[in-house]
Ligand binder design. Sequence first.
Ligand SMILES: [Zn+2]
Length: 466
Amino acid sequence: MAASATPGGAAARIVIENCAIATVDANDTEYASGYVVVAGNTIESIGAGKAPEGLENVVRRVDGTGHLATPGLVNTHHHFYQWITRGLATDHNLFNWLVALYPTWARIDEEMVRAAAQGSLGMMARGGVTTAMDHHYVYPQGSGDLSGAIIGAAREMGVRFTLARGSMDRSEKDGGLPPDFAVETLEGALAATEETVKKHHDASFGAMTQVAVAPCSPFSVSTELMKQGAELARRLGVRLHTHGSETVEEEKFCHELFGLGPTDYFASTGWLGEDVWMAHCVHMNDSDIEAFARTGTGVAHCPSSNARLAAGIARVPDMLAAGVPVGLGVDGTASNEAGELHTELRNALLINRLGAHKEAALNARQALRLGTYGGAQVLGRASQIGSLEAGKLADLVLWKIDGIGHSSIADPVTAIVFGAAAPVTLSLVNGEPVVENGRLLHVDEDAIARVTRDEAQRLARIAAGS
Ligand SMILES: [Zn+2]
């Protein structure tokens, strides 16, 4: 990218100094006052005290006094299109909420999806997310190039991105929940997913765009699509994502339809493995957790959405103790209107303390790890992002902690996890600034606010007339 090199071709350097640093490396190394040197798109060096002297090609020096530097936040589960159906069906459980919203969701088109992606991405990026993901599974016939619109919005924003190309082929007539016109055929879904991977997936170290194969959920997808989706992902060398074990109703549905609980059903369709991550995993017994740990299957924990839909409390402390990779997810904003990841750090910590492990469930550093390194693990990118270490990609956030919201809290990590969302003074993705002083640099936030309102109103009109 342009700013990564000086006119002479050498890697340009950005030097950040005088800030507290939480690296989230394997030892949880922290510095009360330290530096980070970014060269091109990677972290060149990091440590205590001042940056080394005599560095060449320094294009920018940042005085981080009053700030905490952390790895950029990594979101591992979302549905961008729901940005334009927020605040609806607010007092429903999951199945009733889905039934209420599917008829509206089935009317989305490319312009609506583009606007919703901008809103979703913008809200996350300005709150410190540097790697976003979108599990998009509603592809109504004739609705345009929805995957292209979503990927384009992420590129424009400047964030690292995984599109989980979703699909549904089990509609009402087959005992599923989505309306018939909102689903694809088995063959159509597989072909379109393969095309999306071939067109957009980048397997390189510094990839800004990756694609995963992501049938929606057991209750909206045929067993054949689950099986063939897993085979497709492994043939193409990409990851697998879906919803799993979200509610008691889903568990009942799986027992009635397949004679198996959700985790056993996933095992029977090839859906446990270190290339798989699953959203929610609320209703897991000990042997389910053991199966995830044994196979390296990852979890996207979405505490706000689980609370909003009264799904329950995922057993995150037990998963971590067993060795399951766990990241955090905003989930779609029709079930988490806030749409930013700081809420999930805080709610992961607070909500898990309402479970069996009480105050020992999670601490602030574990919550920060879930939102950074844990997310990188479940996206299969832990060697590239998720911690601040020399050689890794330069995705980092400088949180302002000397303002009214945080200055009276002595410990910086406690301040940003237990406290209110801290202002983002600077966010770098791939060594490039994406947020400065709380504002997005590459897009017009006010224009996004207008267009998302207009598209939400247009969708509501179309849905009311159908
Ligand atoms: Zn979801």
